[in-house]
Design a binder for this molecule. Structure first.
Ligand code: G3H
Ligand code: ZN
Length: 284
């Protein structure tokens, strides 16, 4: 099966009141683990690729890995640029074979965010590619992007509604209290913002910073109207811990397969648990 746009996945999730997982792909083992989990549970999913991961893997390898996953699994899989920073990066990804892009204009003024997102939507839609926008600022750290807690701003419902109407995005990430990376305490999710926006606009709402959020809070976020949840750090933590365990047990290990296999297995378990929690099993 070829890669699909998020529009093949998210409207069904909104109608069915479940969420599709965006699992970030950082290398071959991530691609394999996420695909295996999806295959075991017959679940659609989205590969998120940040600009940092793109730089690490190279765009040709990235697209080839995602296409191989779609071909091997027969599942509907979207390959999505995560937190894209410019029109040029988005177009480069689309030309290379991405089926979806995010433009994160949250560091721009509200009006500039609308203007820049709109340009990307126009070009992406002409090529059948879906677009996610972002409103408000999500705290924490992902790749080289860090937003201090005091600079994280919640999205305003009326601004989110106008943002959708003016840009025509297919999905909208709204800052509602989650953050990138693991949490020191428990995040405070503003379900009222999710409910208000989800009721007012027909597109998908995206929850970034899904790692480390207690299960019940994610269930409540889906109930409030979230239909895409992003998870990256939890896979990184689980994979790296598995590698550490192997190397701590035996300092003589040098074959990467000896520590990458447990890392991959650990990530399969993380992704499976999220798919079950998000209600995406058997939704392919
Ligand atoms: O865009 C990616 C996600 O928002 C990652 O969030 O750091 O909680 O896994 P996470
Ligand atoms: Zn994010």
């Amino acid at each position: 099966m070829a890669l699909v746009s998020m529009n093949e996945l998210l409207p069904k999730a909104k109608a069915g009141k479940y969420a599709v997982g965006q699992f970030n792909m950082n290398n071959l083992e991530f691609a394999q683990a996420i695909t295996q989990a999806g295959m075991e549970l017959n679940a659609p999913f989205i590969f998120g690729v940040s600009e940092g991961a793109l730089k690490y893997m190279g765009i040709e390898y990235t697209v080839a890995l995602a296409e191989a996953s779609a071909k091997k699994s027969g599942l509907p899989i979207a390959l999505h640029l995560d937190h894209g920073s410019s029109f040029d990066v988005a177009m480069k990804c689309i030309r290379a074979g991405f089926s979806s892009v995010m433009f994160d204009g949250s560091h721009h003024s509200y009006e500039d965010n609308i203007r820049l997102t709109k340009e990307i939507v126009k070009a992406a839609h002409a090529m059948g590619v879906s677009v996610e926008g972002e409103l408000g600022t999500i705290g924490g750290t992902e790749d080289d992007i860090s937003v201090a807690e005091e600079n994280a701003n919640l999205a305003k419902p009326e601004e989110a509604i106008r943002f959708y109407e003016e840009t025509g995005v297919d999905a909208l990430a709204i800052a509602v209290g989650t953050a990138h990376g693991m949490y020191a305490g428990v995040p405070k999710i503003h379900y009222d913002i999710i409910e208000q926006v989800a009721r007012a606009i027909p597109i998908s709402l995206v929850l970034h910073g899904g790692s480390g959020v207690p299960d019940q809070m994610l269930i409540d976020a889906i109930k409030a109207g979230v239909t895409k949840i992003n998870v990256n750090t939890e896979n990184q933590v689980a994979g790296t811990q598995a590698i550490r365990d192997v190397l701590n047990k035996d300092a003589k290990v040098y074959d990467p397969r000896k520590y990458l296999t447990p890392a991959r297995n650990a990530m399969v378990e993380v992704v499976k648990s999220k798919i079950i929690l998000f209600g995406t099993s058997n939704k392919s």
